[in-house]
Design a binder for this molecule. Sequence first.
Ligand code: PHE
Length: 340
Amino acid sequence: DRDQEIARIEGTEDMSALEALRVELLGKSGSITALLKTLGKMNPDTRKVEGPKIHAIREAVQDAITARKQAFEKAELEARLATERLDLSLPVDGGPQGSIHPVSQVMDELAEIFADLGFAVAEGPEVEDDWHNFSALNIPEAHPARAMQDTFYVEAEEGETPLVLRTHTSPVQIRTMMSGKPPFRIIAPGRVYRSDSDATHTPMFHQVEGLVIDRDIHMGHLKWTLETFLKAFFERDDVVLRMRPSYFPFTEPSAEVDVGWSEEKGRRVVGGSEGWMEVLGSGMVHPRVIEACGLDPDEWQGFAFGCGIDRLAMLKYGMDDLRAFFDGDLRWLRHYGFRF
Ligand code: PHE
C-alpha cells in the first residue's frame, strides 16, 4: 500500500532510518523493486494497465524519500547555525592594550621636529665596520674609543673587515655623505652599543645624529638649529643653551652643549638657568671627514651633533633609572608608555 509506505517514510526519525527504509523499498531486493520486476512477466495488456500504477508508486515513494531527506538536512543546518551563532551585540573586553615605548615616542617627536626644519631621517647598520665607525671619522687607531672596554667587537674571519657594534650614530654621517650629492640635512636615530653598565649607562642605548652639509654653513647655523630643536622638544621658550669648547676627532671646532635647568615641584626640569646639564656633543664637521667621503672640504662644510635619546626621554617625562627602559617590566611600560 502506497500511502502506508509514505507514512512510514514520513515517520522516520533520522537519516539512517530513512536510508534503511529506502533500501527496504527501492534497493536491489526492495519490495518496490520486486514489484517493478513483475512487469516483465505480464502480458502486454495487463502491463499497460499495471505499468503506470507501479511506476506511480515508485515515483511517489522516491519523492517522499527525497522530501524527507531534505527535511533532515534542513533541520541539521538549522541546528548547526544555532550553535555556531555569534552574538555580535555582546560588549567586548578589548584585553590588554600595548603602548608606545618612551624611546619610540621621543624618536617620533624628533623626526617631526626636524622634518619641519627640512631634515630627512637616515639609517645605518648596527653592526658596522671599523672604517665607518672609526677611521672615516678621523678616530686614529690608538684612540681610547677603540679600546676593548668600550667597543663590542664582532668576530670576523682572518682577513675580513673587522666589525663592531656601532658605538655611536656618527657612522651614518659617513654613509649619508657617500650616498649622494650634497647638500645633506638628516637626522639618524637608532641603537648604539658600548660595554658599560650602571644606573645611568646600559650596554645598548639610543642616540640621534644630526648632520648638515652645504655651502657656507657655520656655527651660527648649528646653534640656531639646536636651540630651535630643544625648545620644540621640551615645549618651552625659556630653554637656554650653553656651548662649551670640547673635543671630538670628527668635528673642529667641537662643542658640548648644556641646557639650563630649574627646580619645579621638587624636580629638575629643562628651562631656566639655576644650573646646567649636558645634553649633546656637536661641532663643525672636520675637513678630513668630508675628504674621507670624497667631497671637497673647500666647497662643502657643515655641522653635526649627537644626542642621547634615552636621556632626552628621562628629562622630558621624568624617569630616573635608565635601566628600567630596557627591563620590559609591564608595570613600568603601562605607567610610562604612550597611548596609540
Ligand atoms: N658621536 C659623539 C658621541 O657619541 C657625539 C657627536 C656627534 C659629537 C656628532 C659631535 C658631532 O659622543
